[in-house]
Design a protein around this ligand. Structure first.
Ligand code: PMP
Length: 430
């Protein structure tokens, strides 16, 4: 029997939408309980259907670096909408955005706009295969690169908790060219490159993993990947769908000083609207249709509303001290959590790069997917619901990323930490 608005809407949703949601992790399978329908958001806050307000650290899974309903984005999108929502013909904004991306990420000499991260990675891999005329790809256990068939081998994110090693409906033949290595384990990549000489097109990597929780690259991991891929004539793709414009203006490649051949973007690029991109060296990108033989297309690609939100977001991120502020807030959050963990003798570790972080319970170190899987999922579920009760909305899975936005002030972080301490106190009493 439905008891409130949420339950009533959820039962309608279950009738018409698989699992009631349009993306699996939204269903809260990993933490249990009833997902909240969101009514609205402003800045760092969300309001659910019942009118309850939460401090939001999901940030729509990464895009909302400016927070919810930022006035600059609303104005830009409204202005663009008034001029027409889609034309299926080139617009000035697309050129401006491509130039602005290149100015921040110089390795992206040319790019193609798409509508999601999945399209970006799918197209980048096709392009790498065409360029190298090789079929195999190497991905890392726990890295998620969207839901294209050949990427669904040991992917993280929703698949990390749904216990689907790869998806039903993917023919075995599609995945047989996908090789999987352990994240931060250069030796495994080296042996794959030796075992399959002249057959590997690309190594695709999240330069900071965000889909098995946050896992930073080990010192020199990315630098060494760059070297060995180049030595073997293999293209290096950085999937910066999460990290692009989040950890530095030029993404993880600027942060770590490593230049990939191709880069995938999404999330922050679209400022909360559906937008992705793949791009890189001109000689590779010139293989994309209509210049070259690699087919790739999209009815809504480079959509004017999404492009307007993207340009506005990149502009806003030019503000002075933006990345310093994100780092400061992230550090405040991390140090506060670590202090409380120590005080209440709760075992756990915080992995963080700038404004992206994950708290893993029950472990002391997480450097790859195997170590991430050892974390205490039950404790995470108690933490998630304990924080929700205290007005803090976290990603509903132990293998996801907490995103801090520019709308999160020091007072918001302090409030979150007080909530965390209160939860830790009740948790330690058992
Ligand atoms: N790559 C990475 C690193 C991602 O985190 C995601 C989405 N979480 C994707 C690709 C796929 O993006 P989308 O959900 O926009 O298709």
């Amino acid at each position: 029997m439905a008891t409130n608005k949420t339950d009533r809407l959820l039962s309608r949703a279950y009738n018409r939408i698989p699992g009631g949601v349009n993306s699996p992790v939204r269903s809260w399978k990993a933490v249990g309980g009833t997902p909240r329908f969101i009514q609205r958001g402003k800045g760092a806050y969300l309001v659910d259907l019942e009118g309850k307000k939460y401090l939001d650290y999901l940030g729509s899974w990464g895009p909302l670096i400016l927070g919810h309903a930022d006035q600059r984005i609303l104005t830009a999108v409204n202005r663009a909408a008034a001029r027409g929502t889609t034309f299926g013909a080139p617009t000035e904004g697309e050129v401006v955005l491509a130039e602005q991306v290149h100015a921040r990420v110089p390795s992206i000499e040319k790019l193609r706009l798409v509508s999601s991260g999945t399209e970006a990675t799918m197209s980048a891999v096709r392009l790498a295969r065409a360029y190298t005329q090789r079929d195999k790809i190497v991905k890392f256990d726990g890295c998620y690169h969207g839901h294209a068939d050949w990427m669904l081998a040991r992917a993280g994110s929703g698949l990390a908790t749904l216990s689907v090693p790869d998806s039903a409906g993917v023919p075995a033949g599609f995945i047989k060219e996908t090789l999987v290595a352990r994240y931060n384990d250069l030796g495994q990549v080296e042996s794959l490159l030796r075992k399959y000489p002249d057959s590997i097109a690309t190594v695709i990597v999240e330069p900071i993993c965000g889909n098995m929780g946050v896992i930073p690259p080990a010192p020199n991991f990315l630098q060494s990947l760059r070297k060995i891929t180049r030595d073997h004539g293999v293209l290096l793709i950085f999937d910066e769908v999460i990290t692009g414009f989040r950890v530095a203006p030029g993404g993880a490649q600027e942060f770590y000083g490593v230049t990939p051949d191709l880069t995938c973007l999404g999330k922050v690029l679209g400022g909360g609207l559906p937008l992705g991109a793949f791009g890189g060296r001109q000689e590779i990108m010139d293989l994309v249709a209509p210049e070259g033989p690699v087919y790739q297309a999209g009815t809504l690609s480079g959509n004017p509303l999404a492009v307007a939100a993207g340009i506005t977001t990149l502009q806003a991120l030019k503000g002075r001290g933006v990345y310093g502020k994100l780092e400061e807030r992230g550090k405040h959050f991390q140090q506060g959590v670590e202090r409380v963990l120590a005080q209440y003798q709760i075992r756990g570790v915080v992995n963080r790069v700038g404004s992206m972080l994950t708290l893993f319970f029950g472990v002391d170190q997480v450097r790859n997917a195997d170590e991430a899987r050892r974390c205490d999922r039950d404790q995470f579920a108690r933490f998630f619901h304990g924080m929700l009760k205290r007005g803090v909305y976290l990603p509903p899975s132990p293998f996801e990323t907490v995103f801090i936005s520019l709308a999160h002030g020091a007072a918001d972080i302090a409030k979150t930490l007080r909530g965390f301490e209160d939860w830790a106190r009740s948790e330690s009493k058992g």
